[in-house]
Design a protein around this ligand. Structure first.
Ligand SMILES: NC(=O)c1ccc[n+]([C@@H]2O[C@H](COP(=O)([O-])OP(=O)(O)OC[C@H]3O[C@@H](n4cnc5c(N)ncnc54)[C@H](O)[C@@H]3O)[C@@H](O)[C@H]2O)c1
Length: 366
C-alpha cells in the first residue's frame, strides 16, 4: 500500500469527529495537523488522538508534512480554504457542497488544474453498500431501462439540533445546497448526468430560532429558500423529481425510488452508507430485499477521502471535483429556474462514477 497520506484538517466543528474516527482506523490515511479559526475547538477535537499538531491555517498550509488538506469548514469558506491549499501545492478534499457558488467552485477547479493538484468532495455515503447495491441492481438490469426517479428529503430544519446553524440559512445552505448533494450525487451515480432542470422554491419565514447549545433561543436570519422542488432531466432520458425541504415535519416517502420498465427500486437514505435496498417487479406483490452486493462495508465519513487518496494519478476519483461541480451546477440551476420560471440547460457534465465492488472500508476497487 506504500506510505500513508498525511492529512491536515481545516475546520474542527460538528462533523470533524466522524472524519477523525475514520482516519484513525484506515491505515491509508494519517492525521498530522488540524486548524480552525477557534484554536480551542481544534485542541478539544483532537484530544483523543496523540501526536496531532494544532496549527493556524497558514501554518498548516505551509507545513511540508501535510500532503492533503481536508476542508471541513462551513460552505462559505470552502473555496477560500481550498484555494489556499491549492496555492500550497496540496490536494484538497472538501465537505459538501464543493463551494457556496458554482463560480467559486469553477475558480477552485481552474486553480487546481493549473497547479496539477486534485480536488475531491463529499458526499462519500454513496460509496457505501446502500447506493452501490442499488446501482448494481440497475446495471444488472433488474428493473429494466430506468424511466424515472423520486428523491425526497424533508425536515423541520437543522437549527433544532445544530448549535451553530447559521450556515444552513445563508447562500451555500438551504435544504437544496445542504442535503441536495447526497440525493443528486446518488441520482447521478444511479442514472448519470443531468442536462436540464426545472425548479420551484419558497421560503416560509425570515428568521429561525436555535434549539440547542449555548446560543439556544437566539434568532438567526434566513436568506435562502427553505422548500425547493424540481425536475432533473438526465442525459439518459430518465426524469428525477426532487423535494428538499426545511419546512416539513415528517414524511413516509422513500428517500429515493427508481422506476424502470420492468420494476421499481427503493434506494436507502443517501446520507447514510447502508440501508435496505428493495425491488418489486411489474406484477409482483410486495417488495424483495436485496442483500448488500456492492460498496464499502462498515463505512464512515472519510472512506471517500481514502478512495480519493488511492486513485491513481490521471484517473478521475469517484469523489472527484467534476462530479461535485456538476451536482453544484444542477442545484444552482434549479434555484435559477425557480427564480425565472424557465427551464435551465446544464452546461457542465461528468462521467457516472465507477462502481465500487463489495469491499471493506479502506480497500480500493479499481
Ligand atoms: N454537521 C453535520 O452533521 C454535517 C454532516 C455532513 C456534512 N457537513 C458539512 O461539513 C461542513 C462543516 O459542517 P459542521 O456542521 O462541522 O460546521 P461547524 O460550524 O460545526 O464547523 C465548522 C468549523 O469550521 C471553522 N471555520 C469556518 N471558517 C473557517 C476558516 N476560514 N478557517 C478556519 N476554520 C474555519 C469554524 O470555526 C468551525 O469550527 C459543512 O460543509 C457541512 O455542510 C456537516
Amino acid at each position: 500500500m506504500g506510505q500513508p497520506v498525511n492529512v491536515g484538517v481545516v475546520g474542527c466543528g460538528a462533523i470533524s469527529a466522524q472524519y477523525f474516527r475514520t482516519i484513525d482506523r484506515l491505515p491509508r490515511l494519517r492525521l498530522v495537523a488540524v486548524a480552525d479559526l477557534d484554536l480551542d475547538r481544534a485542541r478539544e477535537a483532537v484530544r483523543p488522538y496523540a501526536g496531532v499538531e494544532v496549527l493556524s491555517v497558514a501554518e498548516l498550509m505551509a507545513d511540508p508534512r501535510v500532503d492533503l488538506v481536508l476542508n471541513l469548514t462551513v460552505p462559505a469558506a470552502h473555496a477560500e480554504i481550498a484555494l489556499q491549499a491549492i496555492a500550497a501545492g496540496k490536494d484538497v478534499y472538501c465537505e459538501k457542497p464543493l463551494a457556496a457558488t458554482a463560480a467559486d467552485a469553477e475558480r477552485m477547479l481552474a486553480a487546481a488544474g493549473a497547479a496539477r493538484v486534485r480536488v475531491g468532495c463529499a458526499p462519500d455515503t454513496v460509496l457505501g453498500t446502500g447506493t452501490q447495491t442499488a446501482r448494481k441492481a440497475l446495471d444488472d438490469g433488474l428493473i429494466g431501462r430506468p424511466v424515472a426517479a423520486t428523491a425526497t428529503m424533508v425536515t423541520p430544519g437543522h437549527e433544532r439540533w445544530h448549535p451553530n446553524p447559521d450556515f444552513y440559512y445563508v447562500p451555500g445552505g438551504g435544504p437544496l445546497l445542504d442535503m441536495g448533494p447526497y440525493y443528486i450525487t446518488s441520482l447521478v451515480t444511479l442514472l448519470g448526468p443531468v442536462t436540464t432542470v426545472i425548479g420551484a422554491a419558497s421560503r416560509t419565514r425570515s428568521k429561525r430560532t436555535i434549539g440547542s447549545g449555548p446560543r439556544r433561543g437566539e434568532e438567526i436570519p434566513v436568506t435562502v429558500d427553505t422548500h425547493v422542488t424540481g425536475v432533473l432531466v438526465h442525459a439518459s432520458g430518465a426524469l428525477s423529481t426532487l423535494v428538499m425541504s426545511f419546512d416539513a415535519a415528517a414524511t413516509k416517502a422513500s428517500h429515493i425510488e427508481v422506476h424502470g420498465e420492468k420494476g421499481s427500486l427503493v434506494v436507502p437514505n443517501p446520507n447514510h452508507f447502508d440501508g435496505p435496498v428493495l425491488v418489486s417487479g411489474v406484477g409482483e406483490e410486495g417488495w424483495r430485499d436485496l442483500p448488500a452486493a456492492a460498496g464499502y462495508l462498515d463505512a464512515g465519513r472519510g472512506v471517500g477521502l481514502a478512495d480519493f487518496a488511492a486513485t491513481p494519478a490521471g484517473e478521475e476519483p469517484r469523489t472527484g471535483g467534476s462530479l461535485a461541480f456538476h451536482v453544484l451546477d444542477v442545484m444552482e440551476s434549479l434555484l435559477a429556474s425557480a427564480r425565472s420560471g424557465a427551464a435551465v440547460a446544464i452546461t457542465s457534465t461528468c462521467e457516472r462514477p465507477r462502481p465500487v465492488g463489495l469491499l471493506p472500508a479502506g480497500g480500493h476497487s479499481a
